[in-house]
Design a protein around this ligand. Structure first.
Ligand SMILES: Cc1ncc(COP(=O)(O)O)c(C=O)c1O
Length: 452
């Protein structure tokens, strides 16, 4: 048997080109076979189709059609975040240009744990992370796998700079990864401040901070997972300063508002944070993974310094080879920054800002449709691109059943959120191409699935 070709050699592109045709055909065939935002039939039907496509996972003799068969099966069985009827989560349609850039990363396979595995990628990461951090009003940023890893690192930096007794104080609206990180890092039990309106109440935070021993880390959110709301950042920053607390802002969702002239003002106060989480695989249209943790004081990162002789021996570092181990807790690490760099440069601030403005506008249009419809109740006007609504008069069990019914039939993907003691259907609009008639159709589907 002839050995299979590689992607990274000078001949790699020639080997890849026909395979890419196969992949693109399979993506198109699978997407057509699905014919909607989600495969119909629920988990059992999807698992049966996958089992049939895979057959023998490791056959004695290889199958040259495996690429087409498995990519087609994956595409057929995927939720398509570009479909306007797929609007549940902070799960964005990836930009074609970012996806193409990501292919180059797979082909070249640089690894950011030592300069000799990633000479250009490490230089690119250094300039792009600093530039993105400056957009947020901070000094430097680490690349992460997403909001969860960024929040974990933020707590780790707080522990290492403030001491192991540092206590996390966050709103009940904060992402679950924050309290989980406190558990993982062995920090004291977090103090969770009620957020009845979906945002952190400064008076309640003030009370909590007044009664607690130092050191403290306050985590605020710019773009809550459930409702896309933004905590009152300037007030929270002022309280942190008055109480001597460190401030982390989880802007995983809302951070890209900085690209928009119209919406940037909503993030006033971000620059007061010690650390900020930003996730470009949400409102930044990147393929997963595209997380960042920005830091105000680059010296806080010194605690991540680590020696492993085979990667960053002292004499290599002294001789001028960049030391990359202190830029992550991971070792082997893919240059996820390439797709982001390509996106920033291709679209520019204006292009990204326009996309942000568009999804925010789509959300307002959808909210207006809901409000004008007598059969629905709107939770509130959207702040970013999340709209919560429910069929008027329905109980929570009905709301939950409507959502599951649409999933099972593969007709629409809506999320769910509990706010004000009631269950709401959640749409997180991340597709700027969604048309008003498509949003109206989404509402019609929900109406048609609601009993009575
Ligand atoms: C506010 C917020 N922070 C953090 C996260 C976690 O991000 P990831 O899923 O990329 O780890 C999410 C996920 O939705 C989020 O909404």
């Amino acid at each position: 048997m002839t050995l299979p070709p590689f992607a990274s050699s000078p001949e790699g592109p020639d080997a890849l080109r026909p395979l890419l045709d196969t992949v693109l055909d399979a993506l198109r065939d699978g997407g057509r076979a699905r014919g909607g935002p989600l495969p119909a039939g629920g988990p059992e039907a999807v698992a049966a189709r996958i089992a049939e496509a895979v057959g023998d996972v490791l056959p004695d003799e290889g199958d040259p059609d495996a690429l087409h068969t498995l990519v087609r099966a994956l595409a057929e069985g995927s939720a398509d975040p570009a479909d306007p009827l797929c609007a549940a989560h902070l799960h964005c349609p990836p930009l074609a240009v970012a996806t193409a850039a990501d292919l180059a990363v797979s082909a070249l396979n640089p690894s950011l744990d030592s300069w000799d595995q990633a000479p250009a990628a490490s230089a690119l990461e250094a300039v792009v992370t600093r530039a993105l951090a400056r957009q947020l009003g901070l000094a430097d940023a680490l690349v992460t796998t997403g909001g969860t890893e960024s929040n974990q690192l933020a707590l780790l930096l707080a522990r290492e700079t403030q001491g192991g007794g540092v206590r996390l104080v966050c709103g009940a609206n904060a992402h679950h990864s924050l309290t989980r990180a406190a558990w993982l890092l062995g920090l004291p039990e977090p103090v969770v401040v009620p957020a009845p309106g979906g945002i952190l109440d400064p008076a309640a935070l003030d009370d909590a901070l007044t009664g607690l021993p130092r050191p403290l880390l306050v985590a605020a959110t710019a773009g809550t997972t459930d409702a896309g709301l933004i905590d009152p950042l300037p007030e929270i920053a002022a309280l942190c300063s008055a109480h001597g607390a460190r401030l982390h802002i989880d802007a995983a969702y809302g951070g890209p508002l900085v690209f928009s002239d119209r919406h940037r003002e909503q993030l006033a106060g971000l620059e007061a944070a010690h650390t900020v989480t930003l996730d470009l695989h949400k409102l930044g249209w990147q393929p997963v993974a595209a997380g960042l943790l920005a830091v105000a004081r680059p010296r806080d990162l010194a605690v991540l310094q680590h020696r492993a002789d085979y990667l960053n021996a002292d004499d290599d570092t002294e001789a001028g080879l960049p030391d990359l181990l202190g830029r992550s807790l991971r070792t082997t690490r893919r240059p996820d920054v390439l797709k982001t760099a390509v996106t920033l440069k291709t679209l520019g601030r204006r292009g990204l800002g326009t996309m942000v403005d568009q999804v925010c506008a789509r959300a307002r249009e959808f909210a207006a449709l809901v409000q004008d419809h007598p059969g629905f109740e709107l939770y509130d006007r959207p702040v970013i691109s999340t709209v919560l609504f429910r069929p008027a008069g329905a109980d929570d069990d009905t709301v939950a059943a409507v959502r599951r019914g649409l999933l099972e039939e593969g007709r629409a993907v809506l999320g769910r959120a509990r706010l004000g003691g009631r269950l709401w259907l959640k749409t997180t609009l991340l597709n700027p191409h969604a048309r008003p008639d498509e949003l109206a159709h989404l509402l019609k589907l929900v109406e048609g699935s609601t009993p009575g």
